[in-house]
Ligand binder design. Sequence first.
Ligand code: 0RA
Length: 642
Amino acid sequence: MTASRSSAARTKEYTGQDITVLKGLDPVRQRPGMYIGTTGIRGLHHLVHEVVDNAVDEAMAGYCDRIIVELLADGGCRVTDNGRGIPVDNPKGQRRSAVEVVLTTLHAGGKFGGKGYQVSGGLHGVGVSVVNALSEKLIVEVARDGKLHYQEYERGKPKARLKAVKNIKRTGTTITFWPDPLVFTDDAEFKFETLAQRLREMAFLTRALEIRLIDQRQEPEVKEEFRYTGGIVDFVKHLNATRDQLFKRVINFESKAENHEFEVAMQWTTSYNESVFTFANNINTHEGGMHEEGFRRSLTRVVSNYAKSKGMLKDKDPALTGEDCREGLTAIISVKLRNPQFEGQTKTKLGNTEIRSYVEREMNEKFAAFLEEHPSEARAIANKVIGAQRARLEARKARDLVRRKTLLESTALPGKLADCQTRDPKEAELFIVEGNSAGGTAKQARARETQAILPLRGKILNVERARLAKTLENKEIQSIITAVGTGIGEDFDTEKCRYHKIVCMADADVDGSHIKTLLLTMFFRHMRELIELGYIYVAKPPLYRVKHKGKNHYFMTDEELNAYRAEQNGKVEAARFKGLGEMNPDELWETTLDPEKRTLMRVTMDDAALAADLFQQLMGDDVEQRKDYIQRNAKDIRFLDI
Ligand code: 0RA
């Protein structure tokens, strides 16, 4: 059957009565997830970014240099910019203002086909009308043409027309909105740190744009201000602040063509990790794409050519790989293009092939010239990558050894693993459990059919400070790798993953947090795709148990316990679990393993740059900074968005 005939057939099935024609913003309220992803905290933050993105567009077009985001004491959020202001006159053929059109029409948030790069990736760029639809109340104030204009909405519907309320000289837009409690989950509250991270990133990506974040829910209010006159060069400096840099200079090129722009900032460090982050139209392309491919190809080629031309690498030597060249590299790649195509699982992979050759060509020329003009930096880079190559070849030997050993032992799986019965990764779950005693309890408690338990003895190696070869010598890490089944390094293959849920389970104390951090660092550095695929989780066992009238009740937080206490007005005896090992198998099943009742937090790649940054602070060489960080965040270690 041809494509056209099949689509004709499909059209036929859908004709007629069962199609409801949706008007205006109704579809947004009916299926908010389609527009903002979730109705939890991420969706809530999405609303803020939607409004901020519009203001950043004004900044990129050169009309705005300050954006203020205020989290109001009453749960609202106000975003103020000093751009031109949304146009207030009536568009052709309309009897309402452009402001009203922008705020009530889906996908009309853009610049009416004007110049500039339209930001429209995945969930991004759905327009401020979506924010309006999902707010119980929204106020828009536009300073433009000498007047301040005002309009109020309720759940997306205007209460009156846009009205000039007073004379004013400045220009700009202020949007204040109160997210609708009928739409968002009860626990959804703006989180200062999460918003601050993204706004900081925006400020790095838009040189010299000032972004202020003010939290008025606290007494006294908390403020942060982001403004980076160095743009992404400052971003690289920020990421490398706690690392040992190979040289002081941050390498930086920029080029502009008619349909696209490219800028890169990069610097090598003595670390063994790669921290390359890519953006397209200011959107973090976690899954990479064509700009990253162009960059990688050129990097490997330019560095290899340089090392060969200077006799540091001989013709008979094995070739440098991309990984060799990126060891210890911190880089930000930012491209802007007119029609970005976002692909991939999370719509964060740039698909435009033309950008690959553009980036590659520009890099080939400019990076090669840089190396010629800066011999001391160039030598440092070449030495670093040759060192990385040597270590890789050693690691391969070590890995072959591990592989041979497991072959000899005839069983590929670690002895401590209590595997599940199913061989279907989609339903199989692996719990990595801190401590042998908790591991023993978990083995008794689990549902054998689908749940596997791998107990870990003590702490695993801190992979942030070790090369792969060293990492592979660690017994605990070996057992994780063999249990998970994907292999590691050059062999890594997600298709071989034996479990689609891999759950880190540790006590709710400082040691437990440390173990979770170590585990997540390992996944982040060596099995990142598993995080991207959404396979990595953290278990949330309860902190308290209350026995009441012969029944057990469990609570995750002090607040929950106190709420329960208040309800029972009187004596409630609460036992605090010191560790997982204190629970009996029934309790562990009921609270942590039972898919019906447990709470699992999926680890996401929401902000890889900042995750790496925090990992670095937590795990890197700078002991003082680490102490400081842990003290500040003792209760709430959120390296990833977990
Ligand atoms: C449409 C057209 C123009 C600007 C804007 C929208 C605009 C929207 C938002 C949302 C938040 N802040 C904003 N600032 C501007 C262009 C206006 C012109 O040509 O003067």
